[in-house]
Design a protein around this ligand. Sequence first.
Ligand SMILES: CC(=O)N[C@H]1[C@@H](OP(=O)(O)OP(=O)(O)OC[C@H]2O[C@@H](n3ccc(=O)[nH]c3=O)[C@H](O)[C@@H]2O)O[C@H](CO)[C@@H](O)[C@@H]1O
Ligand SMILES: C=C(OP(=O)(O)O)C(=O)O
Length: 427
Amino acid sequence: MDKLIIKGGNRLSGSLPISGAKNSALTLIPCALLTEEPLTLRNLPRLADIDGFQHLMNQFGVTTSVQGSRPEDFGRVMTLEAPRITSNVAPYDLVRKMRASILVLGPLLARTGEATVSLPGGCAIGNRPIDLHLKALEAFGAEIELAAGYVKATAPGGKLPGGEYDFPVVSVGATENALMAAVLASGTSRLFNAAREPEIVDLCNLLVAMGAKIDGIGSSDITIHGVKRLHGATYKVMADRIEAGSYACAAAITGGEVYLEGANGEDMGATLHALRNIGCEVESDAGGVRVAANGPLKPVNLSTAPYPGLATDMQAQLMSLLLKAEGTSVLNETIFENRFMHVPELRRMGADIEVSGRTAVVKGPASLTGAAVMATDLRASMSLIIAALAAEGETEVRRIYHLDRGYERLEEKLKLIGADIERVGDD
Ligand SMILES: CC(=O)N[C@H]1[C@@H](OP(=O)(O)OP(=O)(O)OC[C@H]2O[C@@H](n3ccc(=O)[nH]c3=O)[C@H](O)[C@@H]2O)O[C@H](CO)[C@@H](O)[C@@H]1O
Ligand SMILES: C=C(OP(=O)(O)O)C(=O)O
């Protein structure tokens, strides 16, 4: 198994390209199930999760072709075509590797009137139930059965009538599934307390480009007027705001600066606000976002929240940055119950962090030293890399397959701004 070797201490400076957003791509790809015509997605990141989703789509009889970019380019163009759905079953072996597979439930049900998807199960960051996905589909008229680890959703008469659902908790994935199910319903549907993440807006924009009728895009009250059919489209995946925020933290912890080419500052409000409060200079323009850490880093109190609040997917990276702040910071994780898995590993590098329930208290500035550490999930892995960049000596990060799920060509990008990082095979 590969590992990363990072020699800390270099001041990072320069420019790097931001890829298409993983979390957007994972909800745009299943939209191909909603039409017989080709869907072409541009700016797809090269990630293990995208390859996995492509494989899953093939399982339903969707043909996929990847063109347009040379191996040395960032981003890919994928055309997906589903003239006929040959299976509406998502098997355990494919779903267990990628939680986002549950996002095929809504579109498969909308297109074929029936879908059987393996229950995804929990993961390192928490239980991650799918009850809200199922309740929203039920509210739209689906019948749901759970058996042998699978969920089977059926639209009586082959088509969902549509309906209303008020989410008791904001859920990105459940909002996405509900949207994809409602666009082909025979009637109108309404979602209250829907997620407002930029990735949801990206999904709505694609659906509209395919002929869907949606009001309230970007708000928590979304109305979907079902249409008879959707057509094909060509669409560019939005920039990855979490990847961009991660590299901003990486440069800032070294007292460096970075221009995040293609990042959209408007989608990154809470992260950029946190970086400014920590003492970074932040400027956004039409081409990207520049973040520079020229002075001392200041401690802050942060709490994760649904968008427009601070993304839980940025919590671990900001925690690493705060290790170098001069004073005590408090981070509150409100979205997932077990998202401090990076803390014990960061402690092994010299961090002073106390965790009590959903709160972490970080005492800075830490004198970090390189160590052998183990990545436990995607963002936790990135937080270890960020700490390693500011640590004295060499850090070895193991289990980096987590990183390959969400960071396109991580080492190449970090090297572009001066990091000393190598991927090596395990012995
Ligand atoms: C592929 C993708 O886009 N992943 C993102 C998505 O995950 P995902 O869509 O899984 O996250 P949700 O927004 O659904 O989860 C938010 C909270 O709701 C709970 N919940 C969710 C669904 C449900 O049916 N029942 C329930 O109780 C979850 O356990 C969690 O506590 O949003 C998360 C929150 O921004 C991000 O961290 C993930 O990176
Ligand atoms: C938790 C994440 O992703 P997923 O929902 O795909 O596990 C993430 O991107 O940080």
